[in-house]
Design a binder for this molecule. Sequence first.
Ligand SMILES: [Zn+2]
Length: 359
Amino acid sequence: MLNICITADHELFFGQNYGTEEEVLLEPTYRLMDMLAENGASLVLMSDVLSIFRYRELGMHEFPDGMEEQLLYAIKNGHDVQLHIHSHWLTSTYRQGTWNFDYTKYRIHDLGFEERDDGIPSAVEIIRKGKNYLEELLRPADSSYACRAFRAGGWNLLPERELLKSLASEGIWIDSSIFRGGRLKTGIHGFDYTKVPKSINWWIDPDLGIEHEAQKGDGRILEMVIGSYYGRPGLLAKKIENSVRGRLRKRRLGETPQRGTAFSDSKGAFETFVKRLENYIFQPIMLTYDGLCKEIMVDIVKQYLKSFDCENNDYYLSVIGHPKSMSNIGMLELEGFCRHMNKEYKGMVRFVNTSDIKI
Ligand SMILES: [Zn+2]
């Protein structure tokens, strides 16, 4: 069986947010959860817990209260909540209604893995605190709840050794940060997933790294990749097909106004243009509801069904998306994808969350 986890990076924008936190994040996340529930699927909220901590620390409680209410709603309604860390919250400041984000701490590695003496927690402490926080919050609603999965902020899992060891030592045994073929090197992002195993799932030994398929064992982490379409002939054609379909649908159904902007770490307009062109040509297509038409999402799943023996083995694959960027069309595309899977691939594909992962 090909088991699909529909995940959401449950976070605000790190550039500008154009509305309230309720409008930018909470409201679209509720709509997403309810739509999925109606279509026999659930959502895995990869929740950016450090935003909750930072708002509270600065005396702002409305957003953290709303987040906690939403996380409890998720658990009570058959969805799932796991850990997503954007470490720059720790040292970001808020003045006159605007966040000043500290991108020097954007990667969790920037905190270091040793105990610090400047009052800022280390990466190890943050992982422990995040996991304990989710379990204390959610176990009263579901006594079997466990924080078992992690997604690195900005997909920045590398260098992986210390990070994966820290996750394993806290009992987190699933990572879902890797998408095969992905490579990005900017001022603050840095990863290269072009040489990872051509698998959907494999065990990682932190000492041997993500490119080595290890045996299951103590201290090992199971990778559940984010689906992607990579390096195959036809990659560019698929991107063009997606753009054309997207434009036609936007013309027919209208655009949803953007709720915010991502941060920019470019060094100039020319570089941005060259990078964008390069990305357009070479980056894989991620299995996401952030801008893919349902036809392309279905195509990516079909590739996995063709390449792996899903009849005799269980595989677990992530779909990724961001409720903050969710447009009305994006919601319809995802709904169409779920309906298509339920109708045409019954018995071959099913929607699960991380509590169903048994390998
Ligand atoms: Zn994120």
